[in-house]
Ligand binder design. Structure first.
Ligand code: ADP
Length: 663
């Protein structure tokens, strides 16, 4: 292939512009990203070589080399990993394949400050090189391909890049950054070493740098004509030394790892700029042996709700990297968790298919789920600071140690933060992880008719239940406002009974899997007949029965008029101010869920709701004997539908009827 100039995909150009303009304060991360790519490339080679040993050619020792040339103002990161063919270089370095990245770019506002925060939640990978370089040269050859099939890729990071075929004896990739004038200090050993120690110490491959030696009283940087860029070129001189510790952090003892190291490792594997909310690190022994180091991020990714999205856990077998995104290691509803699982039992050549079936993997998955839930329970426990103790009151002294206090302080608010980001996904677990249903139910939080913040757990609710209350009441709706003002809530408000407001799209579905909490049934206020049981006094019950009796003829007439729309018409006890509302049968699909499914283009049964009318309402009282009976009946029904966020089946007919009456 002769030299050709190609354009970046539009999203890449946009991302590049942003990278170079908004990451100044975080320049040094480019090295983490490039070293991480180099290390990934070596991992990929090792993995492919399990089935094809020939890929190692004559260089079985995988390594990353970092070198610089002060005069040429370059910094080069080389690896002898899998490498790229010309086609791969064009695809991987010229387009964005990952859908999450595209979504991300489309969210950019052009406001640098906001964007650089966004970008912090997101890995910029290879393109981060342009933070410090005004030109990048990549030379590569894919393992197993001919020496004549190397590729050179050059770009100034604006709209286009050049590619051409080159001769390249060495397998793998070298990325040469032509440093910007304000980034020349990256061409220095101590600076680069410091950054590697900070970000990449755990990488298990050696990261080599040219050893600087005193020679004739002078500090020199020996570099051959290749600038030391070709892996293997200087191997025998002994002039290279490893600058990383190379010990996988998860294999070390907990007590030897500082919070900063945990945090740095998280940033490394997640490409997040911010520290994680929490982590759990354990060596599990027994019939299945493995180590897990799992993190909960502070922020949800753009594509959180994409259930097909890759999982965030890397699988290692005896410290050898096997695969990224091993989805079999955690259930889908925990897809936000990042981390590493290192198994001692799985074979090195394990495939994704094999993972799905392995009994060891099943045990790991259960173990990991339990740990993650445990971590969340811990956060939930410490979410609220303990109420300040009544100091001095009756000589009660506070026995909480200073340490405990500090820990409580550090963890306060974390669960709320977690829940705001990931709560909706956690709910999917009710339908997915039956074994942990009860633990999950305890972790759920909702807003309620008496609490605007999403902070009420089922246990809190139960503790506040009225005497004689026999169910946990909830309502599902499209929005908090719709839920709060729903007519179905009227009688509960009047009686001072709290109702949980469920406004996440997944709620209705998730509740199909949860019928009770700790022995108390969950009851939708929009389903079935309201039976307030002991909460209703005898006089109220009697009045309701009488109303049902007197209204019998009217109800029959209404039922006839609305026979195409309503399953039944009855007198209600739910309403105080409104004239009517719609309810569905006890185990029927709610009208709201049916609506949502239809909007999503999915098959939904035609739910015929029951119309409940308020016998005390003037409109209802007027119905009997009205010459407009037919129109009023339909208006009553359509308004009940409107009140819960629905639309009349024939909006024009509704408008006509109302206007006729208004005139
Ligand atoms: P990511 O690493 O998150 O996929 P990058 O933008 O960093 O995104 O890299 C894009 C792709 O380019 C990688 O997925 C990989 O296929 C390829 N790539 C980057 N660096 C190297 C390298 N040193 N060796 C081989 N392939 C590489």
């Amino acid at each position: 292939m002769t030299k050709q100039t190609l354009s970046f995909q539009a999203e890449v150009a946009q991302l590049l512009h942003l990278v170079t303009h908004s990451l100044y304060s975080n320049k040094e991360i480019f090295l983490r990203e490039l070293v991480s790519n180099a290390s990934d490339a070596c991992d990929k080679l090792r993995y492919e070589a399990i089935n094809d040993g020939g890929l190692y050619e004559d260089a079985p020792n995988l390594e990353v080399r970092v070198s610089f040339d002060k005069d040429a103002k370059t910094l080069t990161i080389s690896d002898n990993g899998i490498g790229m063919s010309a086609q791969e270089a064009i695809e991987h370095l010229g387009t964005i394949a990952k859908s999450g990245t595209k979504d991300f770019v489309s969210k950019l506002s052009g406001d640098q400050k906001a964007d650089s925060q966004l970008i912090g939640q997101f890995g910029v990978g290879f393109y981060s090189g342009f933070i410090v370089a005004d030109k990048i040269t990549v030379e590569s050859r894919r393992a197993g391909m001919k020496e004549s099939e190397g590729v050179r890729w050059i770009s100034g990071g604006a709209g286009d890049f050049e590619v051409e075929t080159i001769e390249r004896p060495a397998r793998g990739t070298s990325v040469t950054l032509h440093l910007r004038d304000d980034a020349l200090d990256y061409a220095s050993a101590w600076k680069v070493k410091g950054i590697i120690a900070k970000y990449s110490d755990h990488i298990s491959l050696p990261i080599l740098m040219e050893k600087e030696e005193w020679k004739d009283g002078e500090l020199i940087n020996p570099s051959d004509e290749n600038g030391g860029r070709q892996p293997g070129a200087m191997l025998k001189t002994g002039a290279w030394e490893a600058v990383n510790k190379g010990s996988a952090i998860w294999a070390r003892a907990k007590k030897d790892i500082t919070p900063e190291q945990y945090s740095e490792f998280y940033k490394q594997i997640s490409h997040d700029f911010e520290a994680p909310l929490a982590h759990t690190h354990n060596r599990v022994e027994g019939s299945t042996e493995y180590t897990q180091l799992l993190y909960i991020p502070g922020k949800a990714p753009m594509d959180l709700f994409n259930r097909e999205k890759s999982a965030g856990v890397k699988l290692y077998v005896k410290r050898v990297f096997i695969m990224d995104d091993a989805e079999a290691l955690l259930p889908t509803y925990l897809r936000f968790v990042k981390g590493v699982v290192d198994s001692s039992d799985l074979p090195l050549n394990v495939s994704r298919e094999l993972l799905q079936e392995s009994r060891d993997v099943k045990a790991i998955r259960e173990g990991c789920s339990k740990r993650v839930l445990g971590m969340l329970e811990d956060l939930a426990k410490h979410d609220k600071l303990p109420a300040a103790s009544a100091e001095g009151a009756e000589g009660v002294t506070d026995v909480v140690s200073e340490e405990d206090k500090a820990a409580a302080q550090a963890n306060a608010g974390k669960y709320s933060k977690f829940y705001a980001e990931f709560g909706a996904v956690l709910k999917e677990g009710l339908g997915e992880d039956f074994g942990n249903k009860e633990r999950l139910a305890k972790l759920l939080r909702f807003a309620s008719s008496t609490s605007d913040t999403v902070s009420v757990g089922f246990a809190d609710y139960k503790a506040r239940m009225k005497e004689g209350q026999e169910a946990i009441y909830y309502i599902t709706a499209d929005s908090a406002a719709a839920a709060k003002n729903s007519p179905q809530l009227e009688v509960f408000k009047k009686k001072g009974i709290e109702v949980l407001l469920m406004t996440d799209r997944v709620d209705e579905w998730a509740l199909n899997y949860l019928h009770e909490f700790d022995g108390t049934p969950l009851q939708s206020v929009a389903k079935g007949a309201v039976d307030l049981g002991k909460l209703q006094d005898d006089a109220e019950k009697k009045a309701a029965e009488e109303a049902a009796e007197t209204f019998k003829p009217l109800l029959a007439k209404l039922k006839e008029a609305l026979k195409d729309k309503a399953e039944d018409v009855r007198v209600t006890t739910r309403l105080v101010d409104s004239a009517a509302c719609l309810v569905v049968q006890d185990h029927g699909m709610s009208t709201q869920l049916a609506r949502m499914l239809k909007q999503a283009g999915q098959a939904a049964p035609d739910v015929k709701p029951v119309l409940e009318v308020n016998a005390e309402h003037p409109l209802v009282k007027k119905l009997e004997g009205s010459v407009h009976f037919h129109d009023l009946a339909h208006i009553l029904f359509d308004q009940a539908l409107l009140a819960e966020g629905g639309l009349p089946a024939d909006p024009a007919a509704y408008v006509k009827r109302v206007n006729a009456l208004l005139v």
